[in-house]
Design a protein around this ligand. Structure first.
Ligand code: 48F
Length: 320
């Protein structure tokens, strides 16, 4: 309604309505501006009784406007993303960097995140001290996302980053680049066609958590990025349910190794690869599949892994 409104009220911020001349306000055009009882009752302009009632009646329907807009906008977004180029599972740091990069390269990219808040393991920093460390090699990625960092005076080439700024900055960057994030959605299964992954089976996280007997929906995709972190859930599903060999020395998931930060930072990037036709792994998921080391709250490897995953996926899609 606001978008169609041609009366002068549209030009006034809500708090200025009080000083607007009454004749410029009409119940038909301005209900979206006068849409709360508070506003109507606090206006100093004098409506006659009938006019005021009409505004109030229209204001009562604001709830309906809000509900209908959300349902139709979300449905359009979901419909638009039921068939995509790339589906990223997990909105952790590696998944978000990959999603932004892929979306910028013009690939239709969707992210499914189990939790309500995207950002994965970033938010809590180290042991809930909400700071993380990023090294020089990944500084350009921070700069690209306009995420600030502070040089550590005693360790040249290393920076601290506020973990809330990192999680929210990565999320904002991915969304602004055009990737669509569906939060509170869990990937519970995979779909195959011609010995290649063809889709993801999704459901609401509360449905999954409450173990409600509700059938899922399926999203068709050319490529999947397993960015699920430590559990590497997608590749676990691929190995367990499709019973296929993965592109690892044993054909199976090798399992994550213990903390060894310096090595882990390198293996996170090196292990970022395609492990089954159409299924790639980044971040800790890649380390779990390939037997890499964990590294704790240093995030350069995660960010660079996202970049590498995006490059590999783009290359693979071009060949299809
Ligand atoms: O674990 P996570 O942050 O992924 P990452 O990119 O980064 C790892 C670091 O955070 C940290 C570390 C650095 O030192 O080791 O752990 O590898 O984020 C993974 C995201 O995937 C979601 C999960 O909720 C988390 O936000 N996720 C996991 N399984 C699923 C999922 C699933 N089946 N469906 C949807 N989302």
């Amino acid at each position: 309604m606001g978008a169609l409104c041609t009366c002068k009220a549209e030009k006034y911020p809500l708090n200025l309505l009080r000083i607007m001349p009454a004749k410029e306000i009409t119940p038909e055009c301005c209900a979206s501006y006068l849409a709360t009882r508070w506003t109507v009752s606090s206006l100093s302009v004098s409506f006659d009784r009938a006019r005021k009632d009409k505004v109030l009646v229209m204001a009562e329907h604001l709830e309906n406007i809000v509900s209908a807009a959300i349902v139709s906008s979300f449905s359009a977004k979901l419909l638009e993303n039921l068939n995509v180029d790339v589906a990223v599972v997990g909105a952790g740091p590696s998944g978000l960097v990959a999603a932004k990069t892929l979306a910028e390269r013009g690939l239709k990219t969707v992210v499914f995140e189990r939790k309500l808040a995207p950002g994965g393991g970033v938010w809590g920093g180290g042991m809930l001290f909400n700071e993380v460390v990023v090294q020089e090699e990944a500084k350009a990625i921070l700069d690209e996302f306009k995420i600030r960092s502070v040089a550590i005076p005693t360790a040249p080439g290393y920076y601290t980053v506020d973990s809330v700024e990192l999680a929210s900055g990565l999320t904002f960057g991915a969304v602004q680049a055009g990737a669509k994030i569906f939060n509170a959605v869990s990937v519970e299964d995979v779909a195959f066609k011609d010995e290649r992954i063809s889709g993801l089976v999704i459901n609401w996280t509360p449905v999954e958590r409450l173990q409600m007997h509700v059938d899922p929906l399926v999203v068709i995709t050319k490529a999947v990025l397993d960015g699920t972190g430590h559990p590497c859930e997608v590749l676990n599903l691929v190995q367990r349910k499709a019973r296929v060999r993965l592109n690892t020395p044993t054909g199976e998931i090798l399992g994550e190794r213990p903390m060894q930060a310096a090595t882990g930072e390198i293996t996170t990037v090196e292990n970022t690869a395609e492990y089954y036709p159409g299924v790639f792994a980044s971040g800790m998921s890649a380390n779990n599949v390939m037997g890499g080391y964990r590294m704790g709250p240093i995030f350069g490897g995660m960010l660079r892994s996202g970049k590498r995953a995006a490059a590999l996926i783009e290359e693979a899609i071009k060949k299809l």
